[in-house]
Design a protein around this ligand. Structure first.
Ligand code: NAD
Length: 517
């Protein structure tokens, strides 16, 4: 049985060892799964297995949900003050910060993201998220409402109960903490399931949860496969709410499971196909910088990746040349090398999926302008890739690729017409059309607009059906602002005050102070 593992790092950017139990974390204890299941984890930079950890099944989710329900009723929920919950979240934030290098090393090893990006972005975000919601924990308030003269009415925002939190593999710990932090701040108990591909950072977190002082059963972490452990969270009659980040396909399954079980509440953060619209008057160098960041950060494995780039004709050639030069300069390689910008894709399956899109783009007539090939001889590296001459219905323009592949398209003057160049064919549309094309996918997660004209920026940003609009930058959620998709990109919001709505039930209380009839 897998119990405790040590991960040794002797790299240019980090030397050290991290030791922690790799069992399930249920009711404050590390325990073996009922069916003794394990999963082998593959290092995406080499394609070779490097460890084996426990995985839970349906029975383990049920046991964890029961522990969470008991904890919620007996020593959590409305029994603990917001101030006390805040203190624990602050303590956990401090412990995460103190282990930044350890967490960053685990994420780099397990996901293939660079150690330095994890150390400077992902892990500091986790501490910041925990502190942000620690700040809310004692400010979960209702309001008093004037009713009739003989009644007093007010609302209470009560914790829902047991929250199932399900995370994807691209930002394993930060997406999990986006659920955990507000859920705990509001007084819920949690059963969390990291992705089967990337459980290490969540397992290491368990040791800190105990140290932060959370009572047993308040946080339970059960790595497991989606179709067994994940599906069991959706179907559970004990779990009151599921907070999910992952693909739109899985989001549908969770909605269906919730409908067929106890009608649990759901919030879903799903896929995206975000457009960037770059006008002639934009600062081209800045637009290039942000567009490159928008599509190639984290190997393109980013839900908000700016994968469709529409560039106005006057700067198109300049933009394309600078974008191409910039993309060629991105260094691919060992996630633990200080100069690396882009690591490998997470898995062979994901590598094949992205390469399948490259083939489809070529087959459908787009021009493979840059990249499109495997990098190196081992691991799952894909060159930064650019397609031009794309038409609106191509799969590479419509579907989420979740890899380092950009589709760049050209349009004409704002008040004139939009031009798609398709080899020798030029399709001309009005400016309304570029917005129509930007909106022409099932997704609506994010968008960005580049222009120095504030009126135009406002006009375009408000016309795009997306949960986030960036002006003159991209790919930058802010902890204080709601984050989540329109259309098939999701239901509900993570981040900001709005996320708290996912984790409370609002109760109306009416007091009769008049004469009884
Ligand atoms: P995925 O949907 O395959 O898996 C996500 C999680 O769901 C995993 O933990 C998986 O085990 C679990 N799961 C799978 N089947 C399940 C089921 N039937 N019931 C319950 N849980 C199940 O997604 P992924 O491949 O891990 O992640 C990539 C996707 O996540 C992309 O589509 C990306 O856009 C999306 N994503 C969205 C956001 C956002 O905030 N909108 C952020 C990151 C990733």
């Amino acid at each position: 049985m897998v119990s405790t593992c040590t991960y040794q790092f002797d790299t240019p950017v980090y030397k050290g060892a991290v030791t922690f139990p790799t069992q399930l974390f249920i009711d404050g204890e590390f325990v073996d799964p009922v069916n003794k299941g394990t999963i082998e984890l593959i290092n995406p930079a080499t394609g070779k297995p490097f460890t084996r950890v426990s995985v839970g099944d349906r029975e383990d989710i049920e046991i964890a949900a029961q522990a969470a329900r008991k904890a919620f009723k007996e020593h959590w929920g409305l029994k603990v003050s917001g101030a006390a919950r805040s203190k624990m979240l602050h303590k956990l934030a401090d412990l995460v910060d103190a282990n930044t290098d350890n967490f960053a090393a685990l994420e780099a090893l397990n996901v293939g993201k660079t150690f330095l990006s994890a150390k400077t972005q992902d892990i500091p975000t986790i501490g910041a998220l925990l502190r942000y919601y620690a700040g809310w924990a004692d400010k979960i308030q209702g309001k008093s409402v004037q009713t009739t003269p003989d009644k007093i009415g007010f609302t209470r925002h009560e914790p829902i109960g047991v929250v199932g939190a399900i995370a994807p593999w691209n930002f394993p710990l930060s997406t999990l903490i986006m659920k955990l932090a507000p859920a705990l701040a509001c007084g819920n108990a949690v059963v969390a399931k990291p992705s089967e591909f990337t459980p290490l950072s969540a397992l290491f977190l368990c040791t800190l949860i105990r140290e932060a002082g959370f009572p047993p059963g308040v946080v339970n972490i059960v790595p497991g496969y989606g179709d067994t452990a994940g599906q069991a969270i959706g179907e559970s009659m004990i779990i009151d709410k599921v907070a999910f980040t992952g693909s739109t396909l899985t989001g549908r399954k969770i909605m269906e499971a919730a409908a067929k079980s106890n009608l649990k509440k759901i919030s879903l953060e799903l896929g995206g196909k975000s457009p960037s619209i770059i006008f002639d008057d934009a600062d081209v160098d800045q637009a290039v910088k942000w567009a490159i960041n928008g599509i190639y950060t984290n190997q393109g494995e980013v839900c908000i990746a700016g994968s469709r780039i529409y560039v106005q004709a006057g700067i198109y050639d300049d933009f394309l040349q600078k974008f191409t030069e910039g993309a060629k300069r991105l260094s691919l390689g060992d996630p633990f090398s200080p100069g690396t910008f882009q690591g490998p894709q997470i898995s062979e399956r994901q590598f094949e999926r992205v390469m399948g899109y490259v083939k489809s783009g070529q087959a459908e007539g787009a021009t493979l302008h840059l990249g499109g090939k495997r990098h190196g001889t081992e691991g799952y590296f894909i060159q930064p890739t650019v397609f031009t001459d794309c038409t609106p219905n191509m799969k590479i323009v419509q579907e989420e690729i979740f890899g380092p592949v950009a589709a760049i398209m050209k349009f004409s003057a704002e008040e004139g017409s939009l031009i798609f160049h398709v080899r020798s064919i030029t399709v001309i549309h009005g400016v309304k059309e570029v917005i129509e094309q930007a909106n022409n996918t099932p997704y609506g997660l994010a968008c960005s607009v580049f222009t120095k004209d504030i009126d135009r920026a406002m006009r375009v940003a408000s016309s795009i059906e997306a949960g986030t609009a960036w002006v003159n930058f991209s790919n930058w959620p802010d902890l204080g602002l709601p984050f989540g998709g329109f259309k098939q990109s999701g239901i509900g919001k993570d981040l900001g005050e709005d996320a708290l709505e996912n984790y409370t039930n609002v109760k109306a209380v009416l007091i009769n102070i008049g004469i009884r009839i």
